[in-house]
Design a binder for this molecule. Structure first.
Ligand SMILES: Cc1cc2nc3c(=O)[nH]c(=O)nc-3n(C[C@H](O)[C@H](O)[C@H](O)COP(=O)(O)OP(=O)(O)OC[C@H]3O[C@@H](n4cnc5c(N)ncnc54)[C@H](O)[C@@H]3O)c2cc1C
Length: 397
């Protein structure tokens, strides 16, 4: 089948923030030959290229002088196949095309009673992007269920099968993300546990399910060591606490909806890219300094959430902090906006300080100005520098 392309496609219609000027060409990628053809065409025009999935973790540029938000070819995976490629007594290996909607995959796995990704219910976007930032939520990360990905190197034109080790997953990061658009994920294969127990590490999730909190649930939820399979983690499968996967999925979705973290045209707080900042991993001394500064400012003792993190390469002890908590304690409350930084057009979600929302009529310049303001406020108040989670959609060659 011939490659399907669309020209001058407004990125605001393809991104959850609803921002960005038009992409010059959007090429629908069903299989690897489509990708090769699109790359050949881009090269023959001397044009740049990039990759766009569901547009839920990207910031697309405002129109440039020539009117383009993306002046080049955007490869847009649309393949929709899901196949069980292997099965043994305990596990299935489920392969999904990059264009499959992530939450459709989760819903399918939950319906089948396959454990491993239930807590990742409701995350927007497509399967192909899931390994890029090693999606995670509510005590689970993709890495634990990931088996392999089929990846096209857009520079060498070669397809290779990447293992979890090749991907070098970390907290909201991977080698794929660091290579900034060089590799196109064509499909992902997950290893799921047949009849497995749900992961019930996250305190808020346990509360909603009426379960006692684990002794150290939040630390597991925030764990950066994502390379261990679930079952090797302490307390992953408590015999006394095993609600059905479907119950856990519905509970996760309910928690997410309350925070504006499920895409919903009727919820203006979901017009975001999800969490705008990553939870910072900082030396323990920096966390202590931030806490004492905040306590002085608030004139009260504060309980700062902090979770274990691996030490730095030089051995410095580190902890992971909550970006939402730091923003809030820096005086920026849900719904906050600023007249000089995007005006009323952008602001913090009214439901969750970690999401920056396009309230309508905003530009990408507004969003980035507001994000810089939030970052500065947190840095000036706590000494901690927040890092952006969504990526700028920039052409590569
Ligand atoms: C309301 C909301 C809630 C969210 N909640 C969470 C959450 O709980 N946890 C979480 O981890 N994330 C969350 N996110 C972020 C986002 O949904 C995920 O990062 C998701 O995986 C992005 O998928 P996408 O298809 O939309 O990718 P896009 O936004 O289209 O792309 C993201 C990046 O991946 C690249 N990319 C996309 N597809 C491919 C591919 N096939 N091959 C190679 N590179 C590719 C793009 O070039 C870009 O750099 C949330 C976002 C929103 C809007």
């Amino acid at each position: 089948m011939a490659l399907t392309i669309r020209r001058a496609v407004p990125l605001a219609t393809l991104t959850t923030l609803g921002l960005g000027g038009p992409a010059r060409v959007l090429a629908e990628i069903r299989h690897v030959e489509d990708a090769r053809e699109a790359l050949r065409a881009a090269r023959s025009e001397g044009a740049a290229w990039g990759i766009l999935g569901g547009g839920s973790n990207v910031i697309a540029a405002d129109p440039d002088a020539a009117g383009w938000g993306f002046d080049g070819w955007l490869l847009h995976p649309v393949g929709s196949a899901m196949t069980v490629v292997r099965r043994d007594a305990d596990h299935v290996w489920l392969r999904a095309d990059a264009g499959v909607v992530w939450d459709a995959l989760v819903a399918f796995a939950v319906d089948e009673g396959w454990a491993g990704i239930t807590c990742l219910s409701g995350i927007p976007g497509k399967v192909g992007a899931a390994p890029i930032q090693n999606i995670g939520a509510y005590g689970q990360e993709l890495a634990a269920a990931f088996d392999t990905a089929e990846v096209l190197d857009t520079v060498t034109d070669q397809v290779a099968t990447w293992s979890a080790t090749d991907c070098a997953f970390q907290y909201r990061d991977s080698r794929l993300k660091r290579a900034a658009g060089r590799y196109l994920v064509l499909s992902v294969t997950l290893r799921l546990q047949i009849g497995g127990a749900p992961a019930l590490r996250y305190g808020e999730l346990r509360d909603r399910l009426g379960l006692a909190r684990d002794p150290a649930p939040e630390s597991a939820a925030a764990s950066l060591d994502v390379t261990q399979p679930d079952a090797t983690r302490p307390d992953a499968t408590r015999p006394d606490a095993q609600p059905r996967l479907a119950t856990v999925r519905e509970t996760v979705l309910a928690i997410r909806r309350a925070k504006g973290m499920v895409l919903d045209a009727a919820d203006p707080d979901s017009r975001s890219a999800g969490s705008f900042f990553m939870n910072p991993i900082v030396p323990t001394t920096a966390a202590d300094g931030a806490l004492s500064g905040l306590e002085r400012r608030h004139g009260a003792t504060l309980a700062m959430p902090r979770y274990p993190a691996p030490p730095a390469v030089d051995g410095t002890a580190r902890v992971k902090l909550s970006a939402a908590w730091l923003i809030d304690r820096s005086g920026l409350r849900p719904g906050y906006d600023h007249p000089d930084h995007g005006g009323r057009r952008v602001g913090l979600s009214a439901k969750h300080t970690l999401a920056l929302v396009n309230r309508g009529g905003a530009s990408t310049a507004d969003l980035l100005a507001f994000a810089a303001h939030v970052r500065e406020r947190v840095r000036d108040t706590t000494g901690i520098v927040l890092m952006r989670e969504p990526v700028l959609l920039q052409p590569a060659r």
